[in-house]
Design a protein around this ligand. Structure first.
Ligand code: MN
Length: 283
C-alpha cells in the first residue's frame, strides 16, 4: 500500500461566545456567520460551565428537519423528550445520535441544578435523498462506547473505525467521530479518506498536527481544519492533549438553511416552516 498523504493544517479557527435555547451560554465553533458550513457539518457548539446560570434554562421545545444532531456529554446529564413519545437520559460520557429526518419537535434540558455541564452538539447534514427519512434515535451510554487504550493513547470511538475496531454509532454515510486523549509527547494517526472534510477541536492541552515537513502548533480552544490528504497525524505537547476528531464524507449539495431546518431548495425550506405551522412536521 502507498504511504498515506498526511493532511497539513489548512487553518486554525476559534469559536465565539453565543447564546441559544432559552439562554444557554455556549461557544459556537462552527455555524457562525463567518464559518457557516463545513460540508457535511453545519454546527458545533461547546457547553462547558460549572455555573448553572449558564445552562439551567436548557433548550425547551423546538423543531428540526433535514439533518442529524449529535450530542456528546463529556460531563453532566441532560434529559430529552420529543413529539413522537421518545424520551431519554444522556449521562456523562454518553452520546445521542439523532436523525431528525422529516421532523421532530423536542426539548433538551439539563437534569442537574449544580456542577459541571460539559458537552458538544454537532449538526450533520443529510443528503437530499435522506432529508425526509423517518426520525431515529441512537442513545448510547458511555459503557457501550468502545475505547481503545494503547501506549499513551486513549481513543473513544463514537463513530467510525479505528484499526479494525468499529465505533458505537450507525451513520448514514461515512463519518468519523473520536474523542482522543494523548499523554505528553504521544503520537496519534488515523486514515481520513480524501473525500472527507475533517477537523480537530482541542479541548485540553496542546499538539502539533500535519506532515513532518509542515507541522502546525495548536492548543485548547483551537479548531484545526485539515487540508487535503488521506490521513491525520498529530503529536501531543508537553502537557498532553485532549481533542475531538470529526470527519465526514462531503455531500456536495446545496445547503438552504432556515433556523432549525436545513434543506436543499428554498421550496423545501418553505414547506418545512408550513408543516411546522400546520402541526404536521413530524406526521
Ligand atoms: Mn435540538
Amino acid at each position: 500500500m502507498d504511504q498515506p498523504t498526511i493532511r497539513p493544517v489548512d487553518q486554525l479557527r476559534q469559536g465565539i461566545p453565543a447564546t441559544d435555547g432559552a439562554g444557554v451560554k455556549l461557544t459556537r465553533i462552527l455555524g457562525t456567520h463567518s464559518f457557516m458550513n463545513f460540508d457535511p457539518f453545519l454546527l458545533l457548539d461547546e457547553f462547558r460551565s460549572d455555573s448553572p446560570d449558564d445552562y439551567i434554562a436548557g433548550f425547551p421545545s423546538h423543531p428540526h428537519r433535514g439533518f442529524e444532531t449529535v450530542t456528546y456529554m463529556k460531563h453532566g446529564s441532560f434529559h430529552h423528550k420529543d413529539s413522537l413519545g421518545n424520551e431519554g437520559h444522556l449521562t456523562s460520557g454518553a452520546i445521542q445520535w439523532m436523525t431528525a429526518g422529516r421532523g421532530i419537535i423536542h426539548s433538551e434540558m439539563p437534569e442537574q441544578t449544580e456542577g459541571l455541564v460539559w458537552g458538544y452538539q454537532l449538526w450533520i447534514n443529510l443528503p437530499a435523498r435522506d432529508k425526509m427519512a423517518p426520525s431515529r434515535y441512537q442513545d448510547i451510554q458511555s459503557a457501550d462506547i468502545p475505547v481503545v487504550e494503547e501506549e499513551g493513547r486513549w481513543i473513544k470511538l463514537l463513530a467510525g473505525d479505528y484499526r479494525g475496531q468499529s465505533g458505537a454509532s450507525e451513520t448514514r454515510f461515512p463519518v468519523i467521530y473520536f474523542d482522543v486523549k494523548l499523554e505528553p509527547g504521544a503520537d496519534f494517526s488515523q486514515p481520513v479518506p480524501a473525500d472527507m472534510n475533517g477537523f480537530l477541536y482541542i479541548y485540553e492541552g496542546a499538539l502539533e498536527a500535519g506532515p513532518d515537513t509542515e507541522r502546525t502548533a495548536a492548543r485548547r480552544g483551537d479548531m484545526v481544519i485539515l487540508g487535503a490528504g488521506d490521513a491525520v497525524a498529530v503529536t501531543a505537547g508537553k502537557d498532553g492533549a485532549g481533542f475531538l476528531l470529526i470527519a465526514g464524507q462531503r455531500l456536495d449539495e446545496p445547503v438552504v438553511r432556515g433556523g432549525p431546518f436545513v434543506m436543499t431548495t428554498e421550496a423545501d425550506l418553505r414547506q418545512a416552516f408550513l408543516d411546522y405551522q400546520n402541526g404536521v412536521l413530524d406526521a
